[in-house]
Design a protein around this ligand. Structure first.
Ligand SMILES: CC(C)(COP(=O)(O)OP(=O)(O)OC[C@H]1O[C@@H](n2cnc3c(N)ncnc32)[C@H](O)[C@@H]1OP(=O)(O)O)[C@@H](O)C(=O)NCCC(=O)NCCS
Length: 164
C-alpha cells in the first residue's frame, strides 16, 4: 500500500560509530566502496583508502562523537556526521533511498545542531534537491560546489534510542 511506503521512521536511530567495532568499520568501508560508483556525488572522495588507513582515520575520530551509523533493528542504512566546522554529511545506501531516511536524519541533526552547513558537489542533483527540499538555503556558489545553510528546527522525529 502506498501509505506504508515509508515504514521505517519510528524504528530508525543513530548509533555513534565505534572505532573498535569491526562491524562498524566494515560498514563504513563498504560505503566508501559504494561511493566510488557515484563519483558525481563526491567532492573529495576519489579513491579507496587501504583498510589500515581507513581504520586509523575512524580511530582518529575526525568528527568527534558526531559520527553515526543510521540504524534499523536489522540493517544499517547509512552514515552521517557533523564536522567540527558544522558541515553535515549524510550517505544513505542506494537500496534505502527515497524512503525518507535522509529527511529523517537531517531533521534529527538540524534539531540538535544549529548553523549546519552542507557542501554539495555541483554534479549532485539529488543532494541539491534533498537539501533544498528540507529547508536548507543556498548561501554560496563556488567553482565546484554549492554551499547550503541549515537553520535550527525545534521539532524532530523522536528516536527509539540514541548515543551522542
Ligand atoms: C541525498 C541523499 C542523502 C538523500 O537521501 P534519501 O533518504 O534518499 O532522501 P529522502 O527519501 O529523504 O528524499 C527527500 C527529498 O529529497 C529529494 N531527493 C532525494 N533524492 C533525489 C533524487 N535522486 N533526485 C531528485 N530529488 C531527490 C526529493 O525532493 C525527496 O522527496 P520525494 O522523495 O518526496 O520526492 C541520498 O540520495 C544519498 O545518500 N546520496 C549519496 C550521498 C550524498 O550525495 N549525500 C549528500 C551530500 S552530504
Amino acid at each position: 500500500m502506498l501509505t506504508q511506503a515509508r515504514p521505517h521512521h519510528e524504528r530508525l536511530w543513530l548509533a555513534t560509530v565505534d572505532p573498535t567495532s569491526s562491524s562498524d568499520l566494515g560498514f563504513l568501508y563498504g560505503t566508501l566502496i559504494l561511493r566510488l560508483e557515484e563519483p558525481h556525488t563526491n567532492i573529495s572522495h576519489t579513491e579507496l583508502p587501504p583498510w589500515d588507513k581507513h581504520v586509523a582515520f575512524v580511530a582518529g575520530r575526525p568528527y568527534g562523537l558526531r559520527h553515526w551509523i543510521i540504524q534499523t533493528p536489522c540493517f544499517s542504512k547509512g552514515v552521517c556526521y557533523v564536522s567540527p566546522q558544522n558541515e553535515v554529511g549524510i550517505y544513505i545506501i542506494p537500496q534505502a533511498r527515497r524512503e525518507g531516511i535522509g529527511t529523517w536524519t537531517l531533521a534529527y541533526l538540524t534539531a540538535r545542531h544549529s548553523n549546519l552547513v552542507a557542501n554539495v558537489a555541483k554534479t549532485n542533483l539529488a543532494s541539491f534537491c534533498f537539501f533544498a527540499r528540507n529547508g536548507f538555503v543556498l548561501e554560496a556558489e563556488l567553482p565546484t560546489q554549492f554551499v547550503f545553510k541549515g537553520y535550527h528546527h525545534v521539532t524532530a522525529p523522536q528516536l527509539r534510542s540514541s548515543k551522542q
